[in-house]
Design a protein. Structure first.
Lengths: 277, 277
DNA sequence: CCCAAAATAGAATATTTGTTCCACCACGCG
DNA sequence: CGCGTGGTGGAACAAATATTCTATTTTGGG
């Protein structure tokens, strides 16, 4: 691809990394006002996504026109184009969303490989978002609670079943007592939840009533309940002691589980480490 | 007009928390278009900060004016005021992805968050490799074969079960006849495989004998057999018509399924598109 | 089945925001 | 010591965007 190590002054940076590189290159041999722009952007680059030129310029203590000139020096056509870069990087929705969705819906012989590229992109965004938005404290609490359980009960239906099943597999590998409530044949396994155990339930909106009912049963027995879901999980807050959320980017009506599986695995391994330590 | 005589003195939510609460209150007893707004905002609340009304409205599949009305129902004077709430919440927010990832990794290796950062990194690598190493021709053939099947039979055990289960879920959503051979209670479902059907088996090294035996049964019945596995899949080549591989990066002894789920979803959606087209 | 009230869509309007342009200033070089 | 080059700020202009308004459709009650 046409991305060279040395910055081409006519081509705008396509990624935030490229943007930073360009900024570093320029910084130092720049007229005073433009240097101010560079310094300010280096320190507050993400605020570009949500601010107007006037605001950014004011914070950098330069007139708006100076900021405009600076954008153009970076290779952008103007402030808007630079802003678009940061907006795209910030939102989980894919760029050109409408166009791509139209292609997916109408495009007759859309190549499977193109489709795959979209889902890979969605997965990448989700993973990125996962580290950025992580509530570390919440995760630590979940590890704490679950690692001290005698048996970890797992629940998850429909789209959440793969995650619960995966957790069951990993826990077994790690020699951690765990039990998957698969609800096969309508058989409950709720009475298997005993004092000293804990429940880890996985559910995504719209929340399946089975999962919620297992969670309620767990609480009724006094078990700590941890729910893994997608944001916003507001309706779940009263149902659990801890609610962890993973935002999974969608493409069209479809959502992969790329970030969720990574999160689940981390959780399991962290629990194992805690139990050993 | 901050105070009205009626018992609906709507003050705009001052925090995102308050915003979520109000959303939850309203949701349910709302006219159709406004409910769409509520649903969309619940799922993509942060994208408001970086999008115009027109964009948000388009994604929610409502006209812009409907979104405006909804903002006013929430108590805001208009979209701009609502947007301000999210912009403010975001600027105080976290450093960007690269910085955050570096911070997470630099900490003690036993921190759950550090662990997560590693798995996220592994996931990203896997996704990257997935597009790079993709054998497009093979994927097209798989789509071709599976899309013309009357029923798609799915097999997968142990670590592959989540993938097979996920495929079963997605096929059902897409109204594609599919059957998961879960092998529950040691019950085979092999006689359900009939002429005109196809088998999609998922297995990773070391290959489970159950999966291989289902694949053999499928072939014996003359069904086309597609296997989804990890490289090198050489031992599987004689067992199947097509062998697709997804390389999943590992961290320590552990492998996530980030790339595999993305691949599985793509495959399913591509098959659906092919059947419709 | 009809009517009133609410909801809706899209066009018209108002406002905000980005961008360009040009007069002015500072500095260095002939 | 002027003259030219490059930098600067602000005002004028253009584009994008939010917001309001109204004709039309839908909904629910009598």
């Amino acid at each position: 691809m046409p991305s060279s190590p040395v910055a081409d002054p006519l081509q705008p940076p396509q990624t935030v990394e490229a943007f930073r590189t360009r900024l570093a290159e320029l910084s130092g041999h720049l007229p005073r006002r433009l240097q101010q722009c560079a310094d300010h952007l280096a320190a507050h680059q993400d605020s570009v996504a949500v601010s107007t030129v006037a605001e950014v310029a004011a914070r950098a203590e330069v007139p708006p026109s100076a900021m405009m000139r600076f954008c153009q020096i970076l290779g952008f056509s103007g402030y808007s184009e630079m802003q678009r870069l940061f907006r795209n990087a910030m939102t989980l929705g894919l760029p050109d969303y409408a166009t791509r969705l139209a292609n997916l819906k109408s495009g007759p012989a859309d190549r499977p490989a193109a489709l795959l590229a979209e889902f890979v992109e969605a997965g990448r965004l989700s993973l990125e978002r996962l580290t950025r938005d992580l509530d570390e404290d919440l995760l630590n609490q979940a590890v704490e609670v679950l690692s001290s359980a005698a048996v970890i009960h797992l629940a998850g239906y429909r789209r959440a079943l793969p995650v619960a099943a995966y957790l069951a597999y990993v826990f077994e590998q790690l020699a951690i007592p765990a039990m998957l409530h698969d609800g096969i044949g309508g058989l409950d396994q709720r009475n298997a939840m005993r004092a000293g155990d804990a429940l880890l339930a996985v559910t995504f909106a719209p929340y399946s009533s089975e999962t919620l009912s297992v969670a309620a049963a767990g609480r009724a027995r006094g078990l700590p309940v941890v729910i893994l879901s997608d944001p916003p999980a507001t309706p779940l807050l009263p149902q659990a002691d801890l609610v962890l959320t993973v935002a999974e980017a969608d493409f069209g009506a479809f959502r992969s589980l790329s970030a969720t599986t990574a999160f689940a695995l981390s959780l399991a391994v962290a629990i194992a480490a805690r139990r050993k330590g």
